[in-house]
Design a protein. Structure first.
Length: 281
């Protein structure tokens, strides 16, 4: 495994790799580090589907608002490299901020994610978040030129907006959505779970229980969104729910669920930590 820290080294490496292996496929797994089994599942998918796997580890400042946890975001460089090594990753790209953003933010080309998808749900409380995500993801795509890039379904809105960017800009990369990985008792894996106490982790289980209650209700034939929301909110009683939304793949609210085009999103705050979970139906 090679660890590259500069964009120059990475571009040079990719150019050489492509010249020597014109028919080989490259898989990119973009991450912000603090790797867990959720990330590992993305890496495994990339290893299965591509000849060469690149993992990027970069806590991207442009997707954090000034009041958010950029400084506090867990950074576990050594453990992350061990995980990548064990997973037989080919390249880890681990740049400093100045590598990805050599210029002051006012002197750079910036990005506007489509408003209808970016200003709702997560974007409502995190203005500019998806602009920053697209900015860094596009930079990573251009630097690594992947055949496929792997993203978790847990960050559902992010995944849909990245798919939209790829479609709108005709980017030559296939986005592979990967299922949510959970602890045995159901908590969706997230780097931010590290902030939770044992009690907090127990309370957080209400989120996946609420989604399970929705699945069960759907199986029993309930389709109306309001009824499904009521069922989930009963399970979440006593928990600070930021939003519970039943939407389609364009993130438009649905009155009633439709098979293969429904997304149920829950964001709740437990011990001050924002936790996301969702159900793709
Ligand atoms: O999902 C993440 O970890 C980040 O938003 C991403 C896609 C790596 C961009 O910084």
């Amino acid at each position: 495994m090679q660890v590259l820290c500069t964009t120059k080294e990475l571009r040079h490496h990719i150019a050489n790799f492509k010249a020597k292996n014109p028919n080989k496929t490259i898989g990119l797994v973009p991450t912000m580090g603090a790797l867990h089994n959720g990330h590992l599942s993305l890496i495994t998918q990339s290893k299965e589907q591509c000849d060469y796997t690149i993992v990027s580890i970069f806590v991207n400042p442009t997707q954090f608002a000034p009041n958010e946890d950029f400084d506090k975001y867990p950074r576990k460089q050594e453990a992350d490299l061990n995980i990548c090594q064990k997973a037989d990753v080919d390249i880890v790209f681990m740049p400093e901020i100045a590598q990805m953003y050599p210029l002051d933010s006012t002197l750079q080309t910036t990005f506007n994610a489509p408003k209808n998808m970016a200003n709702v749900l997560e974007g409502k409380t995190r203005p500019g978040h998806f602009d920053g995500v697209l900015q860094v993801v596009l930079k990573l795509f251009n630097l690594t030129q992947p055949t496929k890039a792997f993203f978790g379904q847990k960050d559902a809105q992010q995944l849909l907006i990245i798919q939209k960017m790829v479609e709108d800009l005709f980017l030559p990369v296939t986005i592979v959505p990967c299922p949510i990985i959970r602890t045995q008792d159901g908590l969706a894996l997230s780097s931010r779970n590290a902030y939770l106490s044992e009690n907090g982790k127990r309370e957080a289980l209400k989120i996946s229980s609420a989604l399970n209650a929705i699945t069960k209700a759907i199986m029993q034939g309930i389709k109306d969104s309001k009824s499904l929301e009521r069922i989930a909110l009963e399970v979440l009683e006593g928990t600070e729910v930021e939003y519970l939304a039943i939407v389609d793949r364009e993130l438009e609210a649905l009155q009633s669920i439709k098979k293969d085009s429904t997304l149920v999103l829950i964001v709740a705050r437990i011990e001050g930590v924002r936790l996301l979970d969702n159900l793709w139906f």
